[in-house]
Design a protein around this ligand. Structure first.
Ligand code: ITT
Length: 212
């Protein structure tokens, strides 16, 4: 049995976190860089779980390797759980004037700026949010496991911190009194939605791996 697993994500922030988190599994972790010809799968699911399974299934079927994928996002209570599964594409719903007014045009910056814009009417006390992640693992024979984790917090009014990626600079953890972008990788990996999901998944792992 090969001791290799494919991490099926193109998001560098996720790769850095998952690489470190998965060290405990004692596996050789390959990235999608090893498979440049693998086409991206369209994320058509309505839930994090559906999308995580879609991505992991696609990678396992094409490469013949046990594949792990994360689908994740931010849910703001005041926005009825948005952006949720649309977190990576949230800025696409913004009007043209919004884009013209932005100093940067990269995806992470635009998503965060659009979120702060939508949250403008909501004062402190109405800014609860959580990060959620579902991590799915799929074997080449199609067998799968999946687990979820969420990280409760609040949205700030401005960006704080330089670390992490995506929405980290506006996600404030009240228990630790700082944003996710003000945490080191080690600290974020102790508390994050992704860490919580992976801890859950670890419980199913021995049976999943043994049947491979
Ligand atoms: P892959 O599908 O290749 O994994 P992606 O970036 O498209 O990469 P998703 O579809 O799961 O990943 O979208 C996740 C979105 O939620 C994306 O905008 C991230 O920036 C954001 N997000 C998820 N986890 C986050 C975290 O820990 N910190 C900040 N933002 C996060």
């Amino acid at each position: 049995m090969e001791n290799k697993i494919l991490l099926a994500t193109r998001n560098r922030g996720k790769i850095a976190e998952l690489d470190r988190l998965m060290a405990a599994f004692g596996l050789e972790v390959l990235g999608l860089d090893a498979f440049p010809e693998l086409e991206e799968v369209e994320e058509t699911g309505r839930t994090f779980e559906e999308n995580a399974l879609l991505k992991a299934r696609h990678a396992a079927a094409r490469t013949g390797l046990v594949s792990l994928a994360d689908d994740s996002g931010l849910e703001a209570k005041a926005l009825g759980g948005a952006p949720g599964v649309f977190s990576a594409r949230f800025h696409l719903e913004a009007p043209e004037e919004f884009f013209k007014a932005q100093p940067r045009q990269d995806k992470d910056f635009l998503n965060v700026a659009w979120l702060l814009e939508k949250m403008k009417p909501f004062p402190q006390g109405e800014r609860q949010a959580r990060f959620c992640s579902v991590i799915a693992a799929v074997r080449p024979d199609g067998a799968s496991i999946a687990a979820a984790g969420c990280w409760p917090g609040e949205l700030t009014f401005e960006q704080r911190g330089e670390n992490g990626f995506g929405y980290d600079p506006v996600f404030f953890d009240p228990a630790r009194q700082r944003t996710a972008a003000q945490m080191s990788l080690e600290e974020k990996n102790r508390h994050s939605h992704r860490a919580r999901a992976l801890r859950q998944l670890a419980g199913f792992w021995p049976g999943f791996w043994a049947g491979f």
